[in-house]
Design a protein around this ligand. Structure first.
Ligand SMILES: [Mg+2]
Length: 423
């Protein structure tokens, strides 16, 4: 089964004004949609970053994959390495999306196509993708409610405000959690932090604890707290948290914080590849790693990461950036295949609008906090070509070509700069 055609399409979809350590989400998020067609008529799907440096590699790959056997993942990897070497190093991207780091060019381009190749393979064998990963250990994959501080609308107001409204106060954050849990049945809650005063963010965790006493809680300041601040907040938080995600920057800072507090620390910032994993184990910097197949080098390498976590006694959860249903299903299939998924995965999916899903049938359900896998072949979703065309047109109509939350924040405050740690 040979690859006959490859198509990479950049898209843009509306994104809410969500606050974080690097600024605020822009009005549109970018993604790349990958279609890989085999000579016997199967189409495999992938979804990855849409930022210009990543897109350049993905688009440069398109023709080089034609003629490759759809089962030849080593051949795919060799061609990714060749293409990245030919194009040269990319510029650094947003820090919150480690996948756009120049060091991740091979891992993220390989991942984008690996998912599509595995999807083609599974479809040709008439089996769900998870079966190629060793089979489903679970068919219901748990996700967490992912809360954000946010404004009611974007400053540039390119479209009508989203329906979530402002969320800056404790009451508003609790209301956001209530709506998200009501809609999707999430059993755990994550609060994106590092945006407002740390004491206020901790007060919001306390309010969530009071409102949802049975939901495990996580806070993620994206390394925007100094060690001293992280220690002070740890004192205030006590044992309110399931885990403490990237409170303070660096492997050394995290190691010292863990040594001094004993709190379980999670990360998607200081352990983003196997070299950092090794260094983290040596320092005991983190106790939980957030996997993300988009930059960990695909679904099989994510399984390897899971085995490493098991070997070294670390917990495993999953990181997310703004994404649509193809990524959600890739995340769900790999999470279903991993024995030691110790925590519910993160997802931005509830933040994406109903009319902007790129797969047929619209947005996928998340019920009882879970994505359910079916026996449908491959990823179990089909591309809606009309939606793809619409979202591609939207991409062409805007001038965002790489995510930059700081640039967006400067529209609100021209003097605003990323300072890490800010607090
Ligand atoms: Mg994080």
């Amino acid at each position: 089964m040979k690859i006959k055609r490859v198509r990479v399409t950049p898209i843009a979809f509306r994104d809410a004004p969500l606050l974080n350590a690097s600024g605020i989400h822009e009005p549109f998020a970018l993604r790349s949609i990958i279609e890989v067609e085999s000579d016997n008529g199967y189409i495999g799907l992938g979804e990855s970053y849409g930022d210009a440096p990543v897109l350049a590699v993905l688009q440069a790959m398109q023709d080089s994959l034609v003629g490759l056997d759809a089962f030849d993942l080593n051949g795919l990897r060799a061609r990714v390495i060749q293409t990245v070497a030919r194009l040269g190093p990319a510029e650094a991207g947003a820090e919150l999306a480690p996948g756009s780091h120049p060091s991740k060019q091979v891992a993220n381009a390989y991942s984008a196509f690996e998912v599509a190749f595995l999807d083609v393979q599974a479809r040709s064998l008439n089996m769900p993708l998870v079966d190629l990963l060793g089979g489903a250990i679970r068919t219901e994959v748990p996700f967490s409610a992912y809360l954000f501080f946010k404004y009611a609308k974007h400053i540039d107001a390119p479209y009508a405000p989203d329906s979530w409204g402002e969320a800056l106060s404790e009451e508003q954050i609790v209301a956001q959690a209530a709506r998200m849990i009501e809609a999707h049945g999430f059993k755990s809650i994550k609060l994106k932090a590092g945006a407002l005063e740390p004491e206020h963010e901790v007060a919001c965790i306390k309010a969530l604890k009071k409102a949802f006493p049975d939901h495990p809680l996580r806070i993620d300041p994206n390394g925007n707290w100094s060690l001293e601040t992280a220690l002070r907040m740890a004192e205030l938080l006590g044992d309110d948290l399931q885990y403490y995600e990237d409170p303070t920057p660096g492997l050394d800072g995290m190691a010292e914080l863990h040594e001094r507090t004993g709190l379980p620390l999670a990360t998607n910032m200081v352990v983003t590849d196997f070299d950092e994993f090794r260094r983290s184990v040596a320092l005991n910097s983190v106790q939980i790693v957030l996997a993300d197949h988009h930059y960990w080098g695909g679904l099989r390498d994510t399984q390897a990461l899971a085995r490493m976590c098991d070997t070294f006694g670390l917990g495993l959860s999953m990181h997310s950036n703004s994404h649509l249903g193809i990524s959600l299903m890739a995340m769900a299939h790999v999470a279903a295949s991993v024995p030691n998924l110790t925590y519910a995965c993160d997802t931005h999916y509830p933040w994406q609008e109903e009319d902007e899903e790129v797969i047929k049938g619209g947005k996928l359900p998340i019920q009882d906090g879970c994505v359910r896998l079916t026996r449908a072949p491959g990823l179990g979703v089909e591309l809606d070509q009309d939606q793809l065309a619409k979202l591609h047109e939207q991409y062409l109509s805007i001038d965002i070509r790489s995510r930059d939350d700081a640039r967006q924040m400067r529209k609100y405050d021209p003097a605003w700069k990323i300072r890490k740690p800010r607090f």
